[in-house]
Design a protein around this ligand. Structure first.
Ligand SMILES: Cc1ncc(COP(=O)(O)O)c(C=O)c1O
Length: 376
């Protein structure tokens, strides 16, 4: 059998990782400023994470959601405490798309409505509802198009007001900081007005924090820069440092109904043990504060550099976009193949930095030096 060939691949085999580095099968070391697409939060192969994995796997990897699982309760308590959402409820699934899918369903169940407002260049995943609210017709199959969705420009509150005025909107979904769209930070006043207007219209506000959450922005959630409290918050990526795991944080206004949501693998024992350990490490190693400090350090370093063809630098914490006037493809290739640095991309012109949150100042200096070499 052949693999279904949907991924354009770099000619590199990543064989193992340690902290902020990954290594190929020949032992060549790469600086990881990509984190496997913002997934590696605490760093590769963290000893406490490996220990938790071994201990839990030796006890129980999985049992179904038909029995009590104290690890889920422990995770909910830890996540509530560290994020400031103690009073919210947690539903666990396996991927970011599933998190958004369930958040959209909850908003629709609660309001009895089906229309959704999403934003230009948004990315929310590839399952049916999640891809429908993703602003990219190329990845939407005809089958996905039945839900009514309106895409509006970011920061245009008048357009939101107009769209909400019909009274038929179930949910407004927005990323804390747009990731795949190229690291665009919404205006604070826009986000505050968005919350007010959404609630006035009886709709639910969903914050997709799958990429921008879990400390990456320098606060636990990027939306905490705006001083808002969304009805539903979705998390995935860094939550279990590479083990497929995700969640929806659900406001106390929602009443759970037996059987309304469900999943086989979501909330499994191994995933919960890993997610608890990730939160302990984030707390003990001050990784949210580190993301804020290292992000600022990187940004200052980038601002001080001569970057030919630079259009704009954007970002918060360890979520940074370097947009070029033209294509950045060659620079990204040079970074990878000549300088041994992994970076991400958004479209053809924006280089995205999404490193593990344990990035050090020495890592930042090394990146700045190698980036400089790749540019000149
Ligand atoms: C903001 C955002 N939402 C949702 C998703 C989808 O997550 P997953 O690939 O785990 O389904 C992603 C993935 O890149 C994302 O960046």
């Amino acid at each position: 059998m052949k693999l279904f060939d949907v991924y354009p691949l770099f000619d590199i085999t990543v064989n193992h990782g340690k902290g902020t580095r990954v290594f190929d099968e020949k032992g060549t070391e790469y600086l990881d400023l990509y984190g496997g697409h913002a997934v590696i939060s605490i760093g590769h192969s963290h000893p406490r994470y490996l220990q938790a994995m071994q201990e839990q796997a030796a006890k129980l990897v999985f049992y179904s959601n038909s029995v009590k699982n104290p690890l889920q309760v422990r995770l909910a308590e830890k996540l509530g405490k560290i994020s400031g959402y103690d009073d919210y409820q947690l539903f666990l699934i396996n991927s970011g798309a599933e998190a958004n899918e369930n958040a959209l369903k909850l908003a629709s169940f609660a309001t009895g409505k089906k229309k959704v407002i999403a934003f230009s260049h948004a990315f929310h995943g590839r399952t049916s509802g999640a891809v429908r609210v993703t602003d990219n017709p190329k990845i939407q199959a005809p089958f996905n198009l039945s839900t009514p969705v309106t895409f509006l420009p970011l920061n245009d509150i008048e357009a939101v007001r107009r769209e909400l005025s019909g009274g038929d909107v179930a949910a407004v979904i927005i990323e804390g900081i747009s990731g795949v769209g190229g690291i665009h930070i919404p205006d604070t006043t826009f986000m505050q007005q968005l919350q007010t207007e959404t609630h006035k219209a009886g709709a639910k506000l969903i914050l997709d924090e799958i990429q921008s959450g879990y400390g990456r922005s320098g606060k636990f959630f990027a939306h905490q820069y705006y001083g808002i409290r969304p009805d539903l918050i979705t998390v995935a990526k860094g939550i279990a440092n590479g083990y497929p795991f995700a969640g929806v944080l659900i406001s106390p206004d929602f009443t759970p109904v037996y059987g309304q949501l469900g999943t086989t693998f979501g909330g499994n024992h191994l995933g919960c043990a890993l997610a608890c350990t990730v939160l302990d490490i984030i707390r003990d190693e001050n990784l949210v504060e580190n993301a804020a400090r290292m992000g600022e350090y990187l940004m200052q370093g980038l601002k001080g550099m001569n970057i030919p063809g630079l259009k704009e630098l954007r970002g918060r914490g360890l979520m940074i976009g370097i947009e070029f006037e033209g294509s950045m493809k060659e620079i990204r290739q040079r970074l990878l193949y000549e300088q041994h640095v992994f970076t991400g991309a958004a479209g053809t012109s924006t280089l995205r930095l999404l490193p593990p949150l344990c990035l050090t100042q020495a890592d930042c200096d090394l990146f700045l030096d190698r980036f400089n070499k790749a540019l000149h």
